[in-house]
Each structure stands twice: as structure tokens, then as C-alpha cells.
Design a protein around this ligand. Structure first.
Ligand code: SF4
Length: 169
């Protein structure tokens, strides 16, 4: 996933250097137990003091994130794992964090591809589309999740932000 993303980004000559529309401020929900387990595996390797700081930010995030503001839009809050613009658990981050930013397509049988336009920092509207098909990554993740569910006996639905994943077991 990372290799493919970097290859396409290089073809666009796109480098993420941080921006106002920071994707770590987007309200993303994650839907697999395997991604949660991997993120928590990374989290478990941090020093206890650092963990406590992150958990306190995660609690703060959850208290504020789901209150609708006056415009009716979700609040743009920074993910509790982002420190000084960088992801503390970068190698363990979920799939959507890895795939975000680039124009892409998602294919479902019998339907036209669903196109994503990429983040505003990339100015991709001025450039021709370079094919980046997310479908194989979603399919592989589904296989990993099925395998993990079978082995861990975790079968319930999951829809959690990173903050929620850190706060719940
Ligand atoms: S997990 Fe890391 S990359 Fe994903 S939103 Fe949080 S800080 Fe950003």
C-alpha cells in the first residue's frame, strides 16, 4: 500500500508537507478489528507516560468530536496520535491514513468506478489522472480481517475513530 502510494505520488511530483486541510483532522471511522489490533500493538510499545498523554488527548477528542457545531459539520480535531504534525504510530496507522490524499478509483462489479479527487494540497485538478485503484487494497484488507476474526473470535461490527480504538480494548 505504502509502496504503491509513494510510486503514484512521485509520478505527480506530490510531496505531503502538511497543510491547513490536514487529513489527520478528518473524522475517519475505521471498520476492521485487524487494523485496530495493529494500531494498539504499536501503541503498547510506547512508554507509559506517553501512553497516558495520548489517552488523555483521545478522551478529549471523543468529548468534542461528536458534537455538531453551528454549521452542522463535524469538527476538525487533530487525531490524538498526531504530534507536531507527525503521526506517532506511523508504521501502524490504519489503511485510510495510508491511502489518503491521491486521486483514486474504487471498483465494484457491474458499476462504474467510484472516483476520488484527491486532497486540496495536491492541486490534482490541474493534472491528468494517474490510475490509482484502491480496490485490491480493500480486498486484501477484507481477507486479512476475515482471517483475524476467525483466529481472534472478534466478530462484532466495528466503526471507530483512532481515538476510540485507543480507548477501548
Ligand atoms: S493515525 Fe496517524 S496518520 Fe492516521 S489520522 Fe492519526 S495521526 Fe494521522
Amino acid at each position: 500500500m505504502d509502496v504503491a502510494w509513494n510510486r503514484i505520488a512521485a509520478l505527480y511530483q506530490f510531496q505531503c508537507t502538511g497543510c491547513e486541510d490536514n487529513c489527520c483532522k478528518s473524522l475517519f471511522f475505521h471498520h476492521t478489528h485487524v487494523e485496530k489490533a495493529y494500531l494498539r500493538h504499536g501503541f503498547d510499545q510506547l512508554e507509559p507516560g506517553r501512553k497516558n498523554d495520548i489517552l488523555s488527548r483521545a478522551e478529549d477528542y471523543c468529548q468534542k468530536a461528536f458534537i455538531e457545531n453551528e454549521t452542522g459539520k463535524s469538527r476538525k480535531l487533530i487525531c490524538p496520535l498526531n504530534e507536531k504534525g507527525r503521526c506517532i504510530l506511523y508504521p501502524y496507522r490504519p489503511m485510510i491514513c495510508r491511502l489518503h490524499g491521491l486521486p483514486h478509483e474504487i471498483r465494484k462489479p457491474g458499476l462504474p468506478p467510484l472516483m476520488g479527487k484527491g486532497c486540496s494540497a495536491g492541486q490534482f485538478h490541474d493534472k491528468g489522472y494517474i490510475p490509482f485503484d484502491r480496490t485490491p487494497f480493500y480486498q486484501n484488507m477484507a481477507r486479512l480481517e476475515a482471517d483475524y476474526r476467525q483466529k481472534s473470535q472478534k466478530n462484532g461490527k466495528i466503526r471507530e475513530t483512532v481515538a476510540q480504538m485507543l480507548l477501548s480494548s
